[in-house]
Design a protein around this ligand. Structure first.
Ligand code: SF4
Length: 250
């Protein structure tokens, strides 16, 4: 018993400070992409062709990167480093789908809920996680938020086992045809007012499954309040998005 206590004392406090300027991300981490619309404009069609998810388009001859479709494979930045670059910025959640289209302008981060919703959920938010055909990666990064490193519970945010105990749902996966009904029933079971969060490229746009007949996507009658990009999103991206939504950080 004493051995355990001594070992615990030696370990000290293991939960990271958040938000913090001291956060260390792994060297392989690829954050918010940067688009330079002024560089090498001649090859726009080629940029679009290299992207495996069709995240790059070139309307009006200028590259636009859809962060909601990007799986962060890094191919565009490798082939066209003057046009695309991956920063180390993990803060990339947005409130509106259109804010995820990157055109080389400053990224519009997620804004806080309106006052009434903030009063309800700002200090305590319970979420039901719906894995709607996900591969397990986004789900794993939601799980890891509940470990002692991140300790999501200290912010008053918890995942619940039942939608009837939840204030909203967090959706991962492309929403397969098989999961569409389950998602609709889960959403209906959450008492209003409620919030909806789409986490990961699949939930936001279908990701690599976009356009497949088995991919239904989030039904239009389920309005999304927060989009968290990534494939999967880094746990810090999820945490940052949730806290911005609740007005805990700005
Ligand atoms: S990093 Fe994103 S935008 Fe670039 S090629 Fe890969 S999926 Fe497409």
């Amino acid at each position: 018993m004493f051995k355990e206590i001594i070992s615990r004392l030696k370990q000290g406090y293991r939960t990271m400070e958040f938000p913090s300027s001291e956060i260390k991300l792994p060297h392989r981490f690829q954050g918010l992409p940067e688009v330079n619309p002024g560089a090498g404009m001649g090859g726009c069609a080629e940029y679009a062709d290299v992207c495996p998810t069709g995240a790059i388009a070139a309307p009006e001859g200028k590259p636009v990167l859809d962060l909601g479709r990007c799986i962060f494979c890094g191919k565009c930045a490798k082939l066209y480093p003057r046009v695309f670059n991956f920063s180390r910025e993990y803060k990339m959640a947005a409130r509106k789908r259109e804010d995820l289209f990157l055109r080389g302008e400053a990224f519009k981060r997620a804004a806080t809920l309106d006052e009434a919703m903030k009063r309800l959920f700002g200090r305590s938010l319970k979420l039901r996680q719906v894995s709607a055909g996900g591969c397990g990666a986004c789900e794993a990064d939601c799980n890891v938020l509940q470990t002692l490193s991140f300790d999501l519970g200290r912010f008053g945010i918890q995942f619940t086992a039942s939608p009837r105990h939840a204030d909203g749902i967090l959706i991962t996966g492309p929403v397969t045809q098989n999961m569409k009904l389950a998602l609709e029933k889960t959403y209906a079971a959450v008492p209003g007012p409620k919030i909806v969060i789409a986490a990961g490229a699949c939930a936001i746009s279908g990701g690599i499954y976009a356009g497949h007949p088995e991919t239904a996507g989030i039904p239009a009658e389920i309005p999304v309040d927060l989009y968290i990009p990534g494939c999967p999103p880094h746990p810090l991206t999820i945490l940052d998005g949730l806290l911005r939504l609740l007005g805990r950080i700005e």
